[in-house]
Design a protein around this ligand. Structure first.
Ligand code: LMR
Length: 325
């Protein structure tokens, strides 16, 4: 340390500038690089380092390499990671409001989700956890969820008695209980093996996650159900963010908005492409649910809305519904 200071003083006396070390920004997530979130994270690195040359170094860690579900929020609080993007289903420890996004069959499509997130109510949720040290930098899309298992799931009764992997969400737990299934909360990194070894029989996820994590290898049937969504809130440690030099915060903020726009475009443009890729693998049978089938699933899961109305707020549920066209 002393030697460094002497060296710096000597360089300065010669009129040479001393470069401060770049601020390291670790961005950790649980999915693959090729997914909307994976691509948004890489875009953030590219843009942030271009906007703030020499001032920041962004390190992206995909695939739960650095932290997986369960550990990443704690790591953010401890300053071991600066940016994470958990799915909206993983926030119930911090706020019950975000549970609105898990209500089955609430949103018709990701466009509706986008409208709700952009609304006053949606934007307010980004700053609703600052007292807990979490600041939302924006919402990022993935896509609608599809159901899979080792048998076709045409009607809710087909899911009865099956074990389904779910994210850390009481709403999703209630959703599967509503059809007589047994939900099990598991980290994303454990899903493939849990399906392979029969720890669970089925799961629900987006086309990009089903494809990139090869769930189609260990599931016989995938039903295009679009019954819910997986989207993210990109979050940072509020104290760390506030403590950044103003120019760095501005640059990172711009890079974040642009990277989210990029990731969202990937989500919109490539979602169907991931479905096609899953079909092309020719391992799991992909089927569309008929209108009648979907109506039966919707009716069976609808009581979950009432169950969580108290925690979420009837107003917020109504506002979300209005986002459908
Ligand atoms: C899951 O746990 O299934 C997803 O939240 C993973 C992700 O980040 O898309």
């Amino acid at each position: 340390m002393k030697l460094k200071l002497i060296l710096a003083a000597a360089l300065m006396s010669l009129g040479l500038s001393v470069h401060a070390a770049p601020i390291i920004v670790k961005y950790s997530h649980v999915v693959a690089d090729g997914t909307p979130k994976g691509q948004a994270a890489l875009k953030f690195k590219e843009l942030a380092e271009k906007k703030l040359p020499g001032k920041v170094e962004v390190q992206v860690f995909p695939n739960s390499q650095l932290f997986g579900d369960g550990k990443e929020m704690e790591a953010l609080a401890l300053g071991d990671v600066q940016i994470i993007a958990p799915s909206l289903s993983k926030f119930s420890k911090y706020t019950k409001k975000l549970q609105v996004f898990d209500l089955p069959f609430l949103f018709d499509d990701i466009e509706a989700v986008d409208r709700f997130q952009s609304s006053k109510d949606g934007q307010a949720m980004l700053t609703s956890m600052t007292s807990k040290g979490i600041l939302g930098l924006g919402y990022l899309h993935n896509g609608m969820k599809q159901l899979s298992a080792n048998k076709p799931l045409y009607m809710p009764a087909d899911a009865k008695g099956l074990k389904f992997r779910i994210q850390q969400s009481d709403v999703l737990e209630a959703q599967f209980k509503a059809v007589g299934a047994n939900p099990q909360k598991l980290a994303f990194a454990e899903v493939y093996q849990a399906l392979q070894t029969g720890v669970v029989d089925g799961q629900e996820n987006t086309w990009s996650n089903i494809y990139s994590k090869k769930f189609y290898e260990v599931q016989k049937n995938i039903m295009a159900s679009n019954h819910g969504l997986i989207d993210y809130m990109v979050i940072t440690n509020a104290k760390w963010w506030d403590g950044l030099p103003a120019d760095v915060r501005k640059g990172l903020s711009e890079a974040m908005s642009e990277s989210i726009a990029f990731g969202n475009k990937v989500a919109f443009d490539e979602d169907d492409g991931f479905r096609v890729k899953v079909i092309a693998e020719n391992k799991a049978k992909v089927e569309k649910l008929s209108k009648e089938n979907l109506a039966a699933w919707r009716a069976a899961m609808k009581p979950v809305w009432k169950q969580f109305e108290g925690e979420i707020g009837a107003d917020l549920i109504q506002a979300a519904q209005k986002a459908n066209k």
